[in-house]
Design a protein. Structure first.
Length: 569
């Protein structure tokens, strides 16, 4: 490194050494040292992450989120001081609740007002006074695992190493590092050796005694039930659950899944709602699920034991969560599933009469469930208006097996067949809207030639800052297919109102008060404004061909595409 290297030079060098490939940024007046560092790296041929300017902070964080979901590699995002940090909060909360490691970097208002000896980058604009906070990190502290402010130029590499070390320790999550302009532009006479990543602690292994106890509970159970949610984070976890469920006839319900928990066609996949299996269960195993059932709606029998599995089975960052917990195993889920398979193998044969009978009964139930889904989907295709069932079915029939779907609520997995691990990702349980389109762009960065699809409601599409998303897709050659399930309303708000006041005054207007988003803009024109393919679809019969045209625009023409599908639900 050159003798006049700055902390920003060292920062980029450290990010690259830790495997960070992309530097998503929404720059501000605190960025000059970073701009200079990137320019110097490009001129000298020095390795550095690829910088991508993203015109909105929420989109930038969601893109980093999407890259990680597809590749498993954390990425960096840098935003402008306090105001830029504020704009990240929605997407940052999503990442925190979904245990996604993202290194969020933010400038900090210059410290010096009139300059100081040896300091470069003092305040030079009016906003440098108003943008300073007493405690900028307080904005994000509840949703990051670690936060720090760079104090000396020589700390840059160590700060990155510390952030990565803690982000990647189980359970994973984001970190926040603030970078004062004078410190970031400070020079280093001796940068030392190239930064080396620190060893990350291995994920906790399951307690053998707890695994044996759970195996005995399963062996005794007549009506066990597995409720999964975020269990499919890795292919190993999907395979482990698939093997265990098939071998020992364990029915699996994917409640509000954020990953593909089991292949759609797996004979032990019992759908997406725990009732009625929950009401008759004599053992419930919760696999990486924060809300396995809604207690006001359904619950297991009072004498039914409940076991929780996952990296953080108690969900320690949730202020209140009161589910019964008779056994908890805090460990890497694939390791737990493998150990449980071995422990069960020592207790019972998969061909035991009780297990064989249960396997046969559950496989028949799964066939009946899928037959019902098929009938409902076919009926929806004959309706006068497009429904989510028909749109989901048409997408399932059109998408290739290896397509990756980023779903922000409306897509119904009952009607959209997904078989491969890593082919489906759902919105974080935090529910911060506007995630899927940005996440799909990030997923496309990591996925190469695979088709990437964002399915989103019209309200969430507006939250995604769509102009920024379509511009980013065009700028960096990231064609994705965005499908807007457009019902001209905030569906969640309407449903919540009607669930509480179904016979009240609000119900007289079908719960549309404060949820009405009509008249709907021509969303397809937003995609067209950045050179994409846009199309409005209103009739069920027109939907399959419209989807094929949009897929062709993405895969053959390499253009961003959007379908504005008018739905009634």
């Amino acid at each position: 490194m050159a003798a006049d290297a700055t902390a920003a030079d060292l920062l980029l060098r450290a990010l690259d050494a830790h495997g960070i490939e992309f530097f998503f940024c929404n720059p501000g007046t605190d960025f000059p040292p970073v701009v200079e560092a990137f320019a110097r790296a490009q001129k000298a041929g020095t390795p550095a992450p690829r910088p991508l300017v993203v015109p909105h902070e929420n989109t930038a964080v969601s893109m980093a989120h999407g890259v990680y979901l597809v590749s498993g590699i954390p990425q960096a995002v840098m935003v402008h001081v306090s105001v830029g940090t504020g704009n990240t909060l929605n997407a940052l909360i999503d990442a925190a609740r979904d245990h996604i490691p993202i290194l969020l970097l933010a400038g900090r208002t210059p410290i010096t007002e009139g300059g100081a000896e040896g300091m470069h980058g003092a305040r030079s604009l009016h906003i440098h006074w108003a943008q300073e906070m007493f405690d900028q990190a307080s904005l994000v502290r509840e949703f990051v695992k670690w936060e720090y402010e760079l104090r000396m130029p020589a700390q840059a590499a160590d700060a990155v190493a510390r952030a990565m070390e803690l982000m990647l320790a189980a359970p994973r999550g984001p970190a926040y590092l603030t970078l004062p302009r004078e410190v970031l532009g400070g020079t280093l006479r001796d940068a030392g050796a190239a930064p080396r990543p620190r060893a990350v602690p291995a994920a906790p292994r399951p307690d053998p005694a707890a695994v044996d106890a759970l195996a005995k509970m399963i062996e005794r159970a007549e009506r066990p039930l597995v409720i999964a949610g975020a269990s499919g984070k890795t292919a190993a976890a999907v395979a482990g659950l698939a093997t265990l469920a098939e071998r020992y006839a364990l029915p699996v319900v994917a409640m509000n899944p954020r990953y593909l928990c089991l292949p759609w066609s797996h004979p032990m996949h019992q759908g997406f709602q725990p009732a009625p299996l929950l009401g008759e269960a004599d053992l419930v195993i919760v696999a990486e699920n924060d809300v396995p059932w809604i207690p006001s709606r359904e619950r297991p029998p009072a004498d039914c034991p409940v076991a929780h599995l996952g990296a953080d089975p108690s969900f320690q960052r949730y202020p209140m969560r009161s589910y019964r917990n008779d056994l908890a195993i805090a460990a890497d889920l694939p390791a737990t599933l493998g150990a449980l398979d071995a422990a069960l193998g020592r207790l019972v044969s998969p061909e035991d009469a009780k297990i064989a009978s249960r396997r046969s009964r559950l496989a028949a139930r799964a066939r009946d469930i899928r037959r019902g889904w098929a009938e409902a989907g076919a009926k929806a295709g004959k309706a006068e208006a497009i429904t989510p069932e028909w749109l989901s079915r048409c997408l399932g029939e059109a998408l290739p097996a290896d397509a990756i779907v980023f779903n922000e609520y409306p897509l119904l997995l009952e009607h959209c067949v997904r078989e491969l691990p890593g082919s489906y990702f759902g919105l974080s349980p935090a529910g911060g809207l506007g995630w899927s389109t940005g996440a799909a762009l990030g997923g496309k960065l990591a996925a190469g030639d695979r088709l990437v699809v964002a399915t989103v409601g019209d309200g969430a599409y507006v939250f995604a800052n769509p102009t920024a998303c379509h511009w980013t897709a065009a700028k960096y050659g990231l064609p994705i297919l965005t499908v807007v399930f457009n019902n001209e309303r905030y569906g969640a708000v309407r449903r919540a109102t009607l669930s509480m006041y179904g016979q009240g005054a609000a119900a007289e207007e079908d719960g549309r008060l404060l949820s009405d988003l009509s008249p709907s803009p021509a969303y397809e024109k937003v995609a067209e404004a950045s050179g994409g393919h846009g199309e409005r679809v209103e009739r069920p019969a027109d939907l399959p061909a419209a989807i094929e045209r949009a897929i062709r625009a993405v895969t053959r023409e390499k253009r961003d595409a959007l379908l504005n599908v008018i739905c009634r639900y």
